[in-house]
Design a binder for this molecule. Structure first.
Ligand SMILES: Nc1nc2c(ncn2[C@@H]2O[C@H](COP(=O)(O)OP(=O)(O)OP(=O)(O)O)[C@@H](O)[C@H]2O)c(=O)[nH]1
Ligand SMILES: [Mg+2]
Length: 326
């Protein structure tokens, strides 16, 4: 996945300690005091420059990220904030190199290189400390983003969506490899969870469990709901929308249907609406499912597979006709 390979980002003090210690080891190799001081400043500033640059280049280019990951990164840590911090760290890398080579050059004709070495270290340390909050933020962002699940763009993908507590995770658990938490209270699922269902012959369906979403204006939705909307809009080949007509979830069926209408307007892909908890209450016009008794589950899977077949037929090109009969 895009963020899995981003290594830990050091704090300003960790970075300075490590680089200054290494530079000090190199300094010992020189017998001439002035050349040793010059070598120390060069080695320290280039090590710090290189490390800061490598922090920046380890993050993927946001423009090239698939839309799902770009939007998730924006919801979870803010792309603006990420860009600002990466910009600040780039600035610090360049400043450190300029300070280092400036001091190393003046040491060539200076009388007191010990004093210049100390000045150089103080200025370099001050620049690195200026971006300490950015380094800390980048490390936090890295820790959050690397936990995003791998969502394949090549597999037929069913995103299970609906109000909180309607049984989305119970369904995903039943039909896929994913093992999301299930509980009697709303907003149990707080992020997207990916599972698969093996269809044999090396083929499989990707299922995405999402947090519950409430029927309310988009700008009032919290980051947990926004992750669900992002998965629905960016990752689904089919949306499986679950309704709970029993209203045991704690929400009115009318509000759930209003959300269903909104989702239908947001996506170009098919939205399959089903009534879960059919062991308690079902209504006319919708397929009935119960993850508790298993009723209707196979039928819904069959429905989803039919959509898989139809998208495959439309996306596959006709093979070119051979002119000479074989
Ligand atoms: N009676 C009945 N209860 C069900 C059924 N499916 C799920 N439940 C119960 O409904 C509650 C919520 O189930 P979850 O699967 O956690 O619901 P969810 O939609 O993933 O909830 P959030 O993650 O909070 O959005 C749990 O107590 C389940 O045991 C069903 O078919 N029948
Ligand atoms: Mg859930």
């Amino acid at each position: 996945m895009e963020f899995e390979t981003v290594p830990t980002v050091p704090t300003a003090d960790e970075l300075l300690d490590r680089s200054l210690r290494r530079a000090a080891a190199k300094k010992k190799l020189k017998t001439n005091v002035d050349r040793a001081n010059e070598e120390f400043v060069r080695a320290a500033s280039s090590a710090i420059h290189d490390k800061l640059k490598s922090v920046v280049s380890a993050f993927p280019s946001f423009e090239r990220l698939p839309p799902f990951y770009r939007e998730m990164a924006d919801i979870l840590v803010s792309l603006d904030r990420l860009k600002k911090s990466l910009g600040a760290v780039t600035w610090a890398a360049d400043r450190v190199r300029a300070i280092g080579s400036g001091y190393a050059r003046s040491m060539r004709r200076a009388a007191d290189t010990d004093n210049l070495r100390r000045q150089a270290v103080a200025r370099i340390a001050s620049v690195v400390h200026q971006v300490d909050k950015d380094l800390v933020f980048l490390n936090e962002a890295r820790n959050i983003l690397r936990k995003l699940p791998h969502v394949s763009e090549d597999e037929f993908t069913v995103v299970v969506a609906g109000y909180p507590n309607v049984g989305k995770s119970s369904f995903i658990r039943l039909v896929s490899t994913a093992e999301p938490e299930i509980a009697t209270y709303p907003f149990t699922t707080k992020g997207v969870i990916v599972g698969h269902r093996d269809l044999g012959r090396g083929e499989r369906i990707q299922f995405i469990d999402t947090p519950g979403v409430l029927d309310r204006p988009a700008d009032e939705r919290n980051p947990i709901e926004r992750q669900a909307v992002s998965a629905i809009v960016n990752a689904a080949d089919v949306v499986l929308f679950m309704l709970d007509a029993s209203e045991h979830c704690g929400y009115l069926l009318d509000d759930q249907i209003a959300l269903l209408d909104e989702i239908r307007g947001l996506v170009d892909v098919p939205v399959v609406a089903v009534i879960n908890k059919a062991d308690i209450r079902r209504i006319e016009g919708y397929p009935a499912v119960s993850t508790l008794t298993g009723e209707g589950v196979e039928e819904v899977l069959g429905l989803l597979l039919r959509y898989r077949e139809s998208t495959r037929h439309t996306s596959l090109q006709e093979p070119p006709r051979s002119k000479t009969p074989e």
